[in-house]
Design a protein around this ligand. Structure first.
Ligand code: EPU
Length: 433
């Protein structure tokens, strides 16, 4: 699938870097694109029924292109008639196999499991890859689908799932897993009977997927709550739809963090305050003046940030994906902040990179203690994953001299023109080829 994103994920971006300097206040408007963690799931869900779907507010990122390649390999034709539009035509001639070469590049490939199993009765899926921050098991996906009648076989790196027709079941998660909620929900749409998911994930991207499914003809209640009830429908009840992807709250937070460390004021168009309530409150505690305006957020950063303590939690808590940004903000805040990671204990690798920029951060187990310094000092650093990469860019805005970030292909997986968007509001930032 062709993409307009700046690189492909085939390694050609490996030699590229982003160079950034602190230049003082940012000013202007940034438009937030659609959410990666929604659009990839919407794309996978088109496997449920034949016909042409239209997605708008699609971010121009490499992960969309990889998911496109995976769906094309399965039997969905994809066109990109405009930079933020996708047309996906499910041909009905599906090969329910997700090959290693594509799956290992993107975690969200696991989202084809539910739709393919419920639609085709059989799936062969290489185990998914994703980010470099520790084990990401899929036991809850498997246990939930087993409760609905699926059987699994694992051999040679592939997971095979079988089911004549899935049946409804009541499933209670130990933990509100985003991916497991999505897979069970999409599978349950065509199952026989009622599926109840207790302790379901409640992220805005899950609600976006629910709304997409309901528009397609699915019967789902409890949307936005931790109990989802899905009444299975017959395949003929589903139809392709047009859908506008929910805006990306993590990209929105990235621009908040950028202005927080640079000073200035930004309008963040498309950001949805109601999807970021707890984060915005905590950013307010740090000294940012944030208000909801028509169609977005307005943020004014006029003073040095103050430190806070925070812990990551499933939605509506502070998302783990915000954490590298928050640690970067704390690195230049006044005081000491303690950050506790409750989702991915290994998600602190970028701290070593921040230390290279002069940040005073110590980690122990799943805690980080951040003692703010007035200014960081530019150096070469690496992006280890999508969010850590964005945090390095923000750190570069808070550093004297030049910060040069390698591993840019990680940033391209999830950020739609981060460099151009920041440059347009006054950042000194460029991509080097
Ligand atoms: N978990 C299990 N077993 C499972 C599923 C999850 O133990 O079967 C554990 C995971 O190991 C982890 C926790 O539960 O410790 C959270 O996993 P979850 O399933 O909620 O996350 P995910 O669906 O794998 C999505 C996002 C991540 C984001 C997390 C948490 C996508 C493609 N990825 O992952 O986003 O960090 O939810 O909010 O939606 C990113 O965008 O950079 C990113 C990593």
């Amino acid at each position: 699938m062709n993409t307009n994103a700046e690189t492909s994920a085939d390694g050609s971006a490996d030699a590229q870097t982003i160079a950034v300097r602190s230049t003082g206040p940012l000013e202007g408007t940034v438009v937030v694109p659609g959410a990666k963690n929604s659009v990839l799931k919407l794309m996978a869900t088109t496997l449920l029924t034949d016909g042409t779907f239209e997605l708008t507010n699609v971010p121009n990122i490499v992960d969309v292109s990889i998911m496109g390649d995976l769906l094309e390999a399965i039997g969905v034709d994809i066109e990109r008639p405009g930079p933020d539009r996708l047309l996906l035509t499910n041909t009905g001639d599906l090969t329910p196999v997700a090959p290693y070469e594509l799956v290992e590049r993107i975690r969200a490939s696991i989202n084809v499991l539910g739709p393919l199993l419920t639609r085709c009765g059989h799936v062969r899926l290489s185990l998914p890859g994703g980010d470099d921050f520790g084990a990401r098991p899929i036991d809850m996906h498997i246990a939930g689908l087993e409760a609905m009648g699926a059987t699994f076989k694992f051999s040679h790196g592939y997971l095979e799932a079988f089911a004549d027709r899935l049946h409804g079941a009541e499933i209670t998660f130990d933990f509100p897993s985003v991916g497991a909620t999505e897979n069970l929900m999409t599978a349950a749409v065509l199952a026989d009977g009622t599926t109840i998911i207790n302790n379901a994930a409640r992220e805005p991207e899950i609600s976006d997927l629910c709304e997409f499914l309901v528009a397609m003809g699915a019967d789902i209640s409890g949307i936005g709550t931790s109990t989802l009830v899905i009444e299975g429908v017959e395949p003929w009840a589903l139809r392709p739809v047009q859908h506008h992807t929910v805006p990306d709250r993590i990209q929105a937070a990235t621009y908040l963090a950028a202005v927080a460390v640079s000073g200035g004021q930004l309008e963040i168009e498309g950001a949805r305050a109601e999807h970021m309530t707890m984060l915005l409150e905590r950013f307010g505690d740090m000294g940012l003046d944030i208000s909801a305006v028509d169609g977005g957020l307005r943020v004014v950063a006029s003073e040095r940030l103050r430190s806070i303590d925070i812990a990551t939690l499933p939605y509506p808590g502070i998302a783990t994906d915000y954490k590298p940004l928050v640690i970067t903000m704390l690195a230049v805040a006044d005081g000491v902040g303690i950050v506790t990671e409750n989702l991915y204990p290994g998600r602190f690798r970028y701290v070593e990179e921040l230390q290279r920029l002069g940040a005073d951060v110590r980690t122990s187990g799943h805690h980080a203690v951040v003692r703010g310094v007035p200014r960081l000092s530019g150096a070469p650093v690496k992006a280890h994953d999508i969010r850590a990469g964005a945090a390095m860019v923000v750190a570069g805005l808070a550093a004297e001299g030049e910060t040069v970030i390698s591993g840019v292909h990680h940033i391209d997986r999830g950020y739609d023109d981060l460099v151009g968007r920041l440059a347009a509001v006054g950042a000194t930032i460029e991509r080097r080829f």
